[in-house]
Design a protein. Structure first.
Length: 291
């Protein structure tokens, strides 16, 4: 959905709202029970919020509320998302941000464990799971995710690299002001988060599908109905029987794989299908835009 399109809602939106609320609840509990007690700095605006809190507490003796400060820092990225990425996408992300803003000021801090390594690893895993839940709802947990998505989809820059640089600067400031132990444990936290998100989120993953079939027209029609990607058709010879067959080749998003495999089996149960994970694609490749 473009920024000027009219918002429409359907039955699936209830599921998405529930997932966004769930993501916000997980983020909030993780912050209050693990991250804050462990003195860690998560990536993005969440870590920036904690860093600003620590700076004001140490140098000004002022205690800033996490939730309201977090919401304030998110306003510029929210504006960017609403104007340049997608209205629904931004609205659902705002739900997650709103839940975090409310619950982090409602839930008291409580130390589950004093072991910083356990906090770093398990806090990062839980944080990654929360982000993956938001992504499953067609949203994010906010903050620098808006900037990363915008840069990745609209500029030659790698949004992930830019945000990685932002986090490096933030952790360097934290290390200089409050000790390098906290900054280094925060790197472990961010690494664990990244690995879980990469494991659970398939939006930018791609698969190459090869189909050997005796019904090429039906298979091509099936793929054209399932996905928005072109297909290539080649005549091949089966070495075992010496029979001419057709090989159809296409690259699809990993999120489409389950649907495609089912449709191929329904169309030609005797087709031979080979799926290979694709590391990189250059040229035109359709990715469903954020709504």
């Amino acid at each position: 959905m473009k920024s000027g399109d009219k918002l429409t809602f359907g039955k699936d939106d209830i599921r998405r709202i529930i997932l966004c609320i769930l993501s916000g609840v997980i983020v909030s509990l993780n912050l209050q029970l693990l991250v804050r007690s462990g003195g860690l700095y998560p990536g993005g605006l969440s870590g920036t919020t904690i860093l600003i809190q620590d700076i004001f507490r140490k140098f000004q003796g002022v205690e800033l509320p996490y939730g309201r400060l977090y919401m304030l820092l998110n306003l510029p990225p929210i504006w960017l998302g609403f104007r340049k990425i997608g209205k629904k996408f931004t609205l659902y992300t705002f739900i997650t941000i709103g839940v975090v803003t409310f619950l982090t000021e409602l839930i008291p801090e409580h130390m589950i464990t004093a072991d910083p390594l356990l906090v770093s690893v398990f806090g990062g895993i839980i944080n990654g799971a929360a982000i993956a839940v938001a992504l499953a709802a067609g949203a994010t947990t906010g903050g620098t995710d808006f900037v990363s998505i915008y840069l990745t989809e609209n500029t030659p820059l790698d949004g992930f690299t830019v945000i990685l640089g932002f986090n490096a600067v933030m952790l360097s400031i934290a290390g200089l002001l409050f000790g390098w132990d906290r900054a280094l444990y925060s790197i472990i936290f961010q690494f664990a988060t990244t690995q879980i998100v990469h494991l659970l989120n398939n939006r930018y993953k791609k698969d190459t599908v090869f189909v050997i079939t005796d019904f090429p027209d039906e298979i091509v029609a099936c793929l054209n109905q399932c996905v928005h990607h072109g297909v290539t058709e080649m005549k091949v010879i089966g070495a075992y029987q010496g029979k001419q067959r057709t090989m159809i080749y296409t690259v699809i998003s990993s999120t489409e794989l389950k649907k495609v495999l089912k449709a191929l089996k329904d169309t030609d149960p005797g087709a031979f299908v080979n799926v290979i994970r694709t590391e990189r694609v250059t040229g035109r490749f359709y990715i469903k835009p954020n709504d």
